[in-house]
Design a binder for this molecule. Structure first.
Ligand SMILES: [Zn+2]
Length: 512
């Protein structure tokens, strides 16, 4: 533990010494009021060049290639994360964390060697580079090429870096949200809110001459409310999350989010147990995106495709969905929660059509899989941190809008379910089978959304759902805030969809 109040600006040497002593630093201060940061800029301003010169990087790449690897890469990361949360009408936690280190990857054929160090001492870095090198066991076959720095366009919407904003201003948003949420209805018995921001500075250099730097800022505000009436209880939430500066958040928005969370909780108080069986459903815009991410997107990731374990491995160019379905993965969506100027392999972010009017059009690629499959890279090589090697991951995955009016989609159903918000789900990518839990849903009766339901589960296979999408609305909404888990790595991803009709899906509910 380090008390940030006592930190003075440090020169590089002292900084490295402290880094060596403490490794990853997590600072946890329960009393946000006492946070006078002084001038932590010297510690927290993680400019890669201040730690590792291009000459240092070249030498490390040489060491990584010293056993005859085909390819070597250094990934430097410096991340600062701030979290403030409110519970029981008070600021309950305020934390500030710093994490820093470098990861080394060596590829030889299909094999990957990976090692990292959270200690930037030159000897420790070299040791890590040599460890990754051990995947190969020959002699040096190639020297690293001269760096050609990359300058991709920026898709982040950041004017005021949130890391530089006083904790008090962030705390104020939570207090205002709490006041409006609790004030909304006396049946609101619990209210929570959180504000988080992460600033990740990365530098990537590889033996092919790539050198890329990026500063990734992710900011989120979330409010949750619990309503209680007699024995009925229900939950509501609202959030905003993206590659946003602090200028995207203000008191008015916080108050609105307080009310929206409270309103959702209150309107679901009379919810009845969901019916079980097969029904047509309407998925509201935005929140169905998690379905496409989980049930479809994961099955299009190139590692599973290459190993023939993902259901769509032999479907390239073939129809897998109704013609109204065009699914994109878009790392260039402005301000998206999964947006990347460059991925964690230094590849510029890209917009890739995964399903084109129902046909499987591309896979989600990283360097390794694209190389082995002799396919184009798509800017989807991502990793949780320097402690992990990159794997194919989605960025922002969304379905393009169609032509149907959302109201007409609901009107077309005589008896079915309206799915307003999906909480999360699980999919087995080898079979495509999924289970999703719905956090807000209602009956549709006679073409109208009627009584709220609780305990809705959606079950089936991604392949079947794609073939049952019969109407696509004109009202696309892309949202952020989700964390995707894969191979033990968590990564922020965005998703979206327009209002959709699925002709039949299995609903697991309490009522027979
Ligand atoms: Zn996922």
């Amino acid at each position: 533990m380090v008390d940030l109040n006592k930190l003075k600006p440090m020169d590089r040497r002292n900084f490295l010494k402290r880094g060596i002593q403490s490794g990853a630093v997590l600072v946890s201060l329960p009393l946000w009021k006492n946070m006078a940061w002084g001038d932590p800029a010297a510690l927290l301003d993680g400019d890669a060049a201040a730690f590792l010169s291009k000459e240092d990087l070249r030498k490390l790449l040489e060491a990584a290639l010293s056993k005859g690897g085909d390819f070597a890469e250094v990934y430097f990361e410096h991340t600062v994360q701030n979290n403030i949360s409110l519970d029981e009408a008070k600021i309950s936690t305020a934390t500030r964390g710093l994490d820093m280190g470098a990861g080394f990857r060596v590829i030889k054929g299909e094999k990957t060697g990976y090692a990292f160090s959270d200690d930037l001492d030159p000897a420790k870095l070299k040791e890590a580079a040599l460890t990754a090198a051990l995947i190969a066991d020959g002699r040096v076959s190639a020297a690293p090429q001269k760096f050609k720095p990359l300058a991709p366009p920026s898709f982040y919407l950041v004017e005021t870096a949130p890391d530089g904003v006083a904790a008090k201003l962030k705390a104020d948003l939570l207090l205002k949200a709490n006041a409006s949420g609790r004030g909304f209805d006396k049946r609101i018995t619990q209210f929570r809110a959180g504000f988080s921001d992460m600033t990740k500075r990365i530098a990537i250099a590889n033996s092919e001459g790539l050198y890329a730097e990026d500063t990734q800022t992710l900011t989120s505000l979330i409010t949750t409310a619990l309503a209680l009436e007699g024995k009925q209880r229900s939950m509501g939430y609202e959030s905003k999350a993206g590659a946003f500066g602090f200028e995207h958040f203000d008191v008015k928005l916080a108050e609105e989010f307080g009310r929206k969370a409270a309103d959702m909780a209150v309107r679901n108080l009379p919810a009845e147990d969901a019916p079980a069986g097969e029904f047509p459903i309407v998925i509201a815009r935005g929140y169905g995106g998690v379905f496409f991410h989980e049930a479809i997107g994961h099955s299009l990731e190139a590692d599973g495709i290459r190993k023939k374990t993902a259901v769509f491995w032999d479907k390239l160019g073939k129809p897998i969905a109704t013609p109204g379905v065009t699914l994109l993965d878009d790392g260039t969506y402005k301000g998206g929660w999964g947006t990347v100027n460059v991925d964690d392999e230094g590849q510029p972010g890209r917009k890739t059509v995964l399903i084109d009017k129902g046909k499987c059009a591309a896979f989600i690629q990283d360097k390794l899989s694209a190389g082995l499959m002799k396919m184009e890279r798509t800017g989807n090589g991502r990793r949780q941190s320097f402690r992990f090697h990159p794997i194919p991951r989605m960025t922002n995955t969304y379905l393009l809008p169609g032509e149907s009016d959302p109201g007409d989609i609901v009107k077309s159903i005589d008896k079915g379910l309206f799915i307003a918000k999906i909480g999360g789900g699980n999919v087995d990518t080898t079979t495509g089978r999924f289970v999703f839990s719905v956090t807000e849903g209602s009956m549709i009766e006679g073409g109208k959304v009627t009584k709220p339901l609780k305990g809705i589960m959606l079950m089936g296979s991604g392949q079947d759902v794609l073939k049952n999408i019969s109407m696509v609305g004109n009202d696309l909404l892309i949202i952020g805030g989700g964390t995707c888990g894969k191979d033990g790595q968590g990564k922020p991803v965005g998703f979206g969809n327009p209002t959709l009709k699925v002709d039949k899906i299995t609903v697991g509910g309490q009522r027979a």
